[in-house]
Design a protein. Structure first.
Length: 369
């Protein structure tokens, strides 16, 4: 790059500022590195200025994704500096000994991620489709593909013997579903079931004397989403629909079937990922731990400032702007034009806007010098 990065932040050493980099649309477009990305990250590493990668992407174990990023960006990375959409799910101990449905991603990679997180009983829509192809007749053409990665179900779907039927205690969307019809059908079956027992239907709350606790009496399996992005920057020149689009479609079905919020019907769900506080708080704690490791044995001041560099105003800028660090760390946001946001005035006001990630790092270093 003709542009050069400089820093005269020696008086900050060890650096009391750090970076959080979004991936899609900032460092990569699908598998292709964005010009200047490798140079920017390797300069920070040479200057021992800490950074983490914070993405709404996922679908593979952190170790697998980091290995791929190292190969694409040609710089050393490790999982201590990496947070993806479903990383925080690893902390949900209450489901580790229960049966969960994991939706999304290629083949059954997300099952293996959940197993690696410690979830012992993981079912996928493919497992159900292979055993019960009539559950969604329109995916029967994909049965050969599903058979390659399906596992046996822990219990059958047995409407005649509900107590012995497959019971799902929580539903997780780990990554973008590849078969929206199959995945939406199975999630909806579970949400409408009696306490997560596949093949049953919860008695509708038709009793006018009951407080309208909604469509389900109790035990609705909790639905966890890992990424709210309606759009994301892939290889195509225009943004592509993300996991947030699947959520909108699924909840459109939920409302059509149950009447939804207007009828006082609540969907028990949790959304994580950028822009939500939980994900930024999780990322900040990981960044601070990574910084401690980087400067191990050296006296350091507390982390003062983080620069969040992203391409999506709705997740990266909105999240970075609204995050109030419990540790008092200041977060500033830099919007780049290499991803979802291209031109015009963004819906969420960043600290600054730059052409690309290289200029973003240059701007921040100048501000710190
Ligand atoms: O599925 C990935 C997409 O939603 C955006 O990822 O890296 O821009 O947060 P990222
Ligand atoms: Mg992005």
């Amino acid at each position: 790059c003709s542009r050069s990065l400089q820093t005269s932040t020696s008086d900050h050493h060890p650096s009391d500022f750090a970076f959080a980099f979004d991936i899609d649309g900032v460092l990569l477009r699908s598998h292709d590195p964005i010009p200047g990305a490798r140079e920017a990250l390797s300069f920070l590493q040479a200057q021992k200025i800490p950074f983490i990668l914070l993405t709404n992407g996922g679908g593979k174990h952190e170790s697998e994704r980091v290995a791929e990023l190292m190969d694409k960006l040609q710089i050393p990375l490790d999982t201590s500096m990496f947070v993806q959409s479903h990383t925080p799910f690893a902390d949900l101990e209450q489901y580790k000994d229960k049966t969960i449905l994991v939706v999304g991603g290629e083949e059954d990679k997300c099952r293996h991620v959940a197993n690696a997180y410690g979830f012992k009983s993981v079912v996928t829509p493919a497992d159900i489709m292979v055993q019960y192809p009539s559950i969604w007749p329109f995916s029967s053409q994909f049965l050969d593909y599903y058979q390659e990665t399906a596992d046996p179900l822990p219990s059958p779907i047995d409407a005649a013997n509900p107590e012995g039927s497959l019971k799902v205690d929580a539903i997780f969307v780990y990554n973008d579903p590849r078969d929206w019809g199959l995945d939406a059908t199975i999630i909806l079956d579970l949400l409408l079931s009696r306490s997560g027992i596949m093949g049953t239907v919860s008695p509708k709350n038709n009793n006018p004397d009951l407080p309208n606790r909604g469509y389900l009496q109790e035990g609705q399996p909790h639905l966890y989403y890992s990424n709210p992005d309606l759009w994301w920057a892939a290889k195509f020149h225009l943004p592509r629909l993300g996991q947030g689009a699947f959520r909108e479609a699924l909840e459109g079905l939920w409302t059509a079937v149950t009447g939804g919020e207007k009828k006082g019907v609540t969907l028990q769900k949790t959304l994580i990922g950028k822009p939500y506080h939980m994900t930024y708080d999780f990322a900040e704690r990981k960044l601070i731990k990574h910084r401690e490791d980087l400067f191990s044995g050296t006296e350091t001041n507390p982390l003062r400032q983080v620069y969040m560099i992203g391409d999506n105003p709705e997740s990266d800028i909105r999240g970075g702007n609204s995050f109030r660090s419990p540790l008092g760390t200041k977060w500033s946001t830099i919007l780049v034009k290499t991803g979802v946001h291209q031109t015009g005035h963004p819906a969420w006001e960043p600290t600054t806007i730059t052409k690309d990630v290289y200029e973003a790092v240059k701007w921040a270093l100048h501000r710190e010098s």
